[in-house]
Design a protein around this ligand. Structure first.
Ligand SMILES: *[C@@H]1O[C@H](CO)[C@@H](O)[C@H](O)[C@H]1NC(C)=O
Ligand SMILES: *[C@@H]1O[C@H](CO)[C@@H](O)[C@H](O)[C@H]1NC(C)=O
Length: 221
């Protein structure tokens, strides 16, 4: 690392990384018998009229959506502070956001912005900034299956760890694409996660299965 000229660029997905953990309304989980879920919903193609999603922050249609979008913005800007529950009236909004096309559209836009930035960096210059830091959950890998499994109304750290152990999270497609592009550009990719060290093997396994490889280092808590 000593030779690595680096100041780090954080690629953060603010809404999902702050809104999902520790914040889902705690209600009883739906009864299921095993961790089986279908990740297809988050791999759905973004439709060609993607501009509608792009502009969505500026325009909303129905009444409750205004409230939920305001709440979302408040979380993103950290104005909501250490809140613990998604408003019950917004559970559907969160589900719709995460499993519909909106989340993947947001990710596409973030990845595009990040790539534009990356192109401005001269990685091969002796003064180049050649390290790039990625978070993992809701940045490289999607835990949406976990939240879907619990009906978007339940968060429990033990259950989430158990989920992570099963190493079934799919890649977020836009992030995987960005990851590979950055790698081709010569960036050294550093993965920094709040996951515990005890989840290293499961995390590595999941990352590899999802298509990520050749990271410089993986730092767990
Ligand atoms: C990038 O840096 C290298 C080494 O300093 C230099 O030779 C090259 O011209 C630079 N490229 C650009 C596009 O500035
Ligand atoms: C991780 O895997 C290595 C071998 O691949 C093994 O030696 C080690 O005990 C495993 N760690 C945990 C926490 O399971």
């Amino acid at each position: 690392m000593a030779s690595t000229q680096c100041v780090v660029v954080l690629f953060l997905i603010t809404f999902t990384s702050t809104a999902f953990p520790r914040s889902i309304l705690e209600t009883s989980p739906k009864t299921h018998h095993s961790f089986t879920f279908n990740p297809i919903s988050i791999r759905r193609k973004i439709p060609n009229d993607g501009d509608a999603f792009y502009c969505d922050s500026w325009r909303l249609s129905d009444g409750n959506a205004f409230y939920c979008e305001s709440w979302r913005l408040s979380v993103e800007t950290d104005n909501a502070g250490s809140w613990t529950q998604i408003p019950a009236s917004c559970l559907d909004f969160v589900e719709e956001y995460a499993t519909g096309d909106h989340y993947s559209s947001d990710l596409e836009v973030f990845a595009e912005n990040a790539l534009e930035f990356a192109k401005e960096v001269n990685v091969s210059s002796i003064h180049g900034k050649d390290a790039w830091v990625f978070d993992i959950d809701e940045t490289l890998l999607s835990n949406v299956g976990y939240y879907e499994f619990y009906g978007f109304g339940y968060y429990d750290v033990d259950a989430l760890n158990e989920w992570v152990e099963s190493a079934v999270d799919p890649a977020l497609p836009a992030s995987l694409e960005l990851y590979k592009e950055l790698q081709n550009m010569g960036f050294k990719l550093i993965l920094l996660t709040g996951r515990s060290e005890s989840l290293r093997n499961a995390t590595e396994k999941n990352l590899l299965q999802a298509g990520y490889s050749n990271w410089e280092t993986l730092i767990l808590r």
